[in-house]
Design a protein around this ligand. Sequence first.
Ligand SMILES: [Fe+2]
Length: 197
Amino acid sequence: MKAKYISFPHRHINGANRINYFQKYAHYPILKFIESSIVHRLYSESLKFNTRQAEAGKQGVEWSERGIDLDSSIGCFFSQTSIVTILRQFLERSSKITRCHIWTSEYKHNEYINPHKDTHGTIQLLICLKNECAPGSGILGMAYNGAHFYHDLKPGDAVLFKATDILHWTSPAIGKTDDAPCRIVLVARYHFQDQPL
Ligand SMILES: [Fe+2]
């Protein structure tokens, strides 16, 4: 069955300042990247995929993930031209994407991910789909070149980042219940052709 297309309303996010920020701090937050109707569609599509328990090799650090198929509507969303154009603008390269890996990270009460760098990929696009955490919890932390950043992402907000270069983590999510995730992010990791796989 052909995947239903979820389009991204193209906005011009050109601008030398944005590119300079990305180069200097290895990430760029894009608040209100997508509107709530698209958030809901991506979220409901994600529920079609199974969850698996993830862990970071450190006792007590765990959360859930859903691997998302590339031929799904979410896969089409992340491979659409308007998004790839944005990635190329930030990376200042026009090379081909050779691989893309998409998943959700879902945090229940007290779950978090400890500071780490990813081992591969050229750039990641992370979009917040849900955040019902208590204020000050479930924060995306980042550190690069001695500078620290704390992003309290709301649904629809996004961050573009070089996950292999910037240290990143999520502080423990404080939810109202243990049963359902209170914070969900959808992540696409892109490999560009001129980057070793
Ligand atoms: Fe990561």
